[in-house]
Write a protein that binds this ligand. Structure first.
Ligand SMILES: [Zn+2]
Length: 395
């Protein structure tokens, strides 16, 4: 919509042409209506059939039945309508092909979690800036970023000054620091690498995300190095040095860390990052994820990840209510990083990012990272994505 000043200017510029086009006054009320879907918006405690109207790239109304005509209408009957999904652990920044693929999955916001370090983050920052949706980056404390052999075996790679330089160069897109702490990445350097990650992040007030599981140091030594707002990804990584003791009981240190504001993220991944037994034992003890993420890359369709809706579906069979699962990929994810403050919600006035999903009934096989399969009766599929008010079809 034009504001008054723009209208006056348009009138002055268009002159007589404007009044000939007077019927424009009867232009559609809404740019887009998503009609009759089951709207799940945990930011508003909403789970009900609603119409969602969009105007000028923003959510304009969410009501049981909306009057007024729309330039475009999506019939969402039988479908699920959620805020655009936010995936806080991806590797979408590795190539410019990544982010548009994620749009098809309903993902309207992503964080690249440490693909790049000080030496190679410039290209990743460019991908984030050029992405169709909101893309942000965690800079790896290792100057090389993620490497096959493990980027922290040589502690010299964890250079605080270089990491800070990378953050300073890319303040517009860098939202935190990443450190991978498993033995095959960091050897015995896990604690010192984490200390350096904190040192790099501190002057900027940024969170640190760590990747746990199979580390040399136990979690009781790692967790005290985390501050409120830091993120533990691969939260259900199996032993050694996961969240459960030898008897399958949750370590008290883990509960304590959560209580003081450390966040726990799923981070599906492909190898070593979760098995069904750990998810089962932890969730039986009430230890659910704050956020559900994929550890996505452009090959994920061919792995047990598939897409974020598939990863979210893995929690249905453990008895997690659907609205809480949706919260993990919308409002909870948005709260982790201030860049996403106005996202993960269908509040009137919010940017019109919407994920239209199908919840299909059937028999679906889900994969952990150890070739373990579980069959579930329900699975979420991406159907269509609205990004900044524009409809992008998934299929
Ligand atoms: Zn990752």
């Amino acid at each position: 919509m034009m504001n008054r000043r723009q209208f006056v200017r348009a009138t002055a510029l268009a002159g007589a042409a404007l009044w000939v086009r007077a019927p424009r006054a009867h232009a559609a009320t809404w740019d887009l209506i998503i009609k009759g879907g089951r709207v799940i918006d945990p930011s508003a405690g909403l789970d009900a059939v609603r119409d969602v109207a969009i105007r000028a790239g923003r959510i304009a109304a969410v009501e049981a039945s909306l009057a007024g005509d729309a330039a475009e209408t999506i019939d969402a009957g039988g479908k699920l309508v959620a805020p655009g999904l936010i995936d806080i652990h991806t590797h979408a920044g590795r190539s410019k092909e990544g982010p548009p693929l994620l749009v098809r999955d309903g993902v309207t916001g992503w964080v690249d979690a440490g693909s790049g370090g000080a030496d190679n983050i410039d290209a990743i920052a460019d991908v984030a800036r050029g992405a169709p949706q909101l893309g942000r980056i965690l800079v790896n404390i290792a100057r090389t970023g993620v490497t096959q052999g493990g980027e922290l075996h040589d502690l010299g790679q964890a250079n605080v000054a270089l990491a800070q330089g990378a953050i300073a160069r890319h303040r517009d897109v860098v939202v935190g620091v990443k450190a991978r702490l498993s033995e095959n990445v960091a050897g015995a350097n896990d604690l010192e690498a984490l200390r350096r990650a904190q040192e790099a992040a501190a002057p900027f007030g940024l969170p640190v995300m760590i990747h746990i599981g199979q580390s040399v140091s136990p979690l009781r030594a790692i967790l005290p190095l985390l501050k409120r707002g830091d993120i533990v990804t691969h939260m259900y990584a199996p032993a050694p040095n996961g969240i459960l003791d030898d008897h399958g009981r949750l370590f008290p240190d883990v509960t304590l860390a959560r209580r003081r504001g450390v966040l726990f993220d799923f981070g599906n991944g492909v190898a070593d990052h979760f098995d069904w037994a750990t998810v089962e034992r932890a969730t039986q003890q009430g230890f659910w994820p704050d956020t559900v993420s994929t550890d996505w890359n452009v090959m994920s369709k061919t792995t047990g990840v598939v897409d974020l809706p598939n990863v979210m579906s893995k929690f249905i069979q453990f008895g997690m209510p659907l609205d809480r699962i949706v919260a993990c990929a919308t409002v909870n994810a948005a709260r982790v990083f201030p860049s996403f403050d106005d996202r993960g919600t269908l509040n009137v006035g919010a940017p019109a990012d919407v994920a239209i999903l199908e919840l299909r009934d059937g028999s679906f096989e889900f994969l952990d990272n150890y070739k373990g399969t579980r069959t579930g009766r329900l699975r979420l599929f991406p159907n269509a994505t609205v990004l900044a008010g524009k409809l992008m079809r998934s299929v």
